[in-house]
Ligand binder design. Structure first.
Ligand SMILES: *[C@@H]1O[C@H](CO)[C@@H](O)[C@H](O)[C@H]1NC(C)=O
Length: 405
């Protein structure tokens, strides 16, 4: 547990956390993306509702996983969080008002929320014709993009508007670049907001499932799965000038020639030893890989799979943050007060904890106010109501944000 004074003192580390509140930043090397939705740890309480992770100021981007099927979007799947959804009338399509309000809450806390398409169980193989690809891109945009008054397409996340789409196809597909380009066009012709298109290829180059997207469609960032393969983070050799297996350099070279030459490359790692088939790295190996990757111009931060694993693996997020700041724990960690045990108060806690691992710090009494649960009730620059509806209290989350819980 982090004491109240320590927590408040740590909020003073504002410059780093402030950038986290900006969501994905194209010119930053410190982006952290963590997938939510699949509850890959699959243990009691290992996946909490989405909102509970959005108070964690270390995290910039949350891809929601997965829409397993595009041509049959009833296969939207969020593991145990799907239990809180209902279905639309005469349809199997999920309607998820809790995720709707959590997306809106997370966006108000500065996070970038993406919908991830595919996953290892995606079996459609793309689209049989280009016009079918265009049709489904338009349909997904009306289901998850800005609501149109002229459309009757049911929206699983209601009024919530996602910040973009992430592609996670792991088997070959047809006409997928046409589908992705159409999404790019729909996003880029919307003047009100910058939407993102991203992908999560496995590390062997070229990617056998998504190469056509990677070579033809401008993406904002890619999160490479540097695990389950010879080219992953465990293969990084700290004493070698040239890496023969760990292939970040290959992907950096791809980035420079990519349709968006400013595309960022995130180093994707498992969130715990049990998160992926193989390829977990920790401690000095993780810090060494980060120190190496940071030297590349395209390096944009870290992706982790997934929240349920990170939550059960105390300290891993702190190691990533330290590595991104260029701090080396090997020497000097012992001299930094508190280093290692609680980190900078950003821990995910244990599986039985609240989901953020932070001891709540009420800043107002509970009771008689008007702000509903998860609503903002404080933070620098906030001038709205500060009293929470009973039985909630206004809880300090950061210099910029307090909410009722
Ligand atoms: C499901 O809903 C309940 C009641 O709102 C909530 O406590 C729980 O965290 C939700 N579960 C998930 C995984 O979203």
């Amino acid at each position: 547990m982090v004491s109240k004074t320590t927590t408040l003192a740590l909020w003073g580390l504002a410059p780093f956390f402030r950038q986290a509140l900006a969501g994905f930043l194209a010119n930053s090397q410190n982006n952290i993306a963590i997938y939510w939705g699949q509850n890959s740890a699959n243990r009691p309480n290992s996946q909490q509702r989405l909102a509970s992770y959005c108070t964690n100021t270390a995290v910039n981007i949350i891809p929601i996983a997965f829409l397993h099927s595009i041509k049959n979007p009833t296969l939207v799947n969020f593991a145990n969080a799907g239990d809180n959804c209902t279905t639309f009338p005469n349809s199997q399509l999920l309607s998820c008002p809790e995720i709707e309000s959590d997306i809106q809450f997370c966006q108000s806390a500065g996070k970038t929320l993406l919908l991830s398409l595919g996953g290892a169980t995606y079996t459609e193989g793309g689209f049989s014709t280009p016009s079918e690809a265009l049709h489904w891109a338009d349909t997904l945009w009306s289901m998850f993009g800005p609501p149109s008054p002229f459309s009757s397409t049911p929206r699983p996340f209601g009024a919530a508007i996602i910040d973009g789409f992430d592609f996670d196809f792991e088997a070959p597909t047809q006409n997928m670049a046409i589908f992705a380009s159409r999404l790019r066009t729909l996003m880029d012709t919307n003047p009100r907001k910058r939407y993102l298109l991203t992908a999560a290829p496995q590390c062997p180059y070229p990617d056998h499932a998504m190469d056509s997207i990677l070579q033809r469609v401008p993406l904002d960032f890619i999160s490479i799965q540097f695990y389950n393969n010879y080219c992953g983070a465990p293969s990084y050799i700290s004493t070698a000038a040239v890496q023969n297996n760990f292939n970040f350099a290959t992907w950096d070279a791809w980035a420079k020639r990519a349709p968006n030459p400013r595309v960022k490359v995130l180093l994707g790692i498992p969130g715990s030893p049990s998160a992926a088939g193989s390829g977990y790295v920790s401690g000095a190996q993780l810090e060494g890989v980060l120190a190496y990757a940071r030297r590349y111009e395209s390096f944009g931060g870290v992706m982790m799979w997934d929240f349920s694993q990170v939550q059960g693996n105390r300290g891993v997020l702190e190691t990533v943050e330290r590595g991104l700041r260029g701090e080396w724990a090997g020497e000097g960690a012992a001299t930094r007060g508190g280093g290692g045990s609680g980190g900078p108060g950003m821990g995910m806690g244990t599986e039985t904890g609240t989901g953020t691992g932070l001891a709540p710090v009420p800043v107002e009494g509970t009771g008689a106010g008007s702000v509903p649960r998860w609503g903002q009730c404080g933070g620098k620059g906030y001038e709205g109501p500060t009293g929470c509806q009973a039985p909630y209290a206004c809880v300090h989350q950061s210099e910029w944000w307090a909410h009722c819980n």
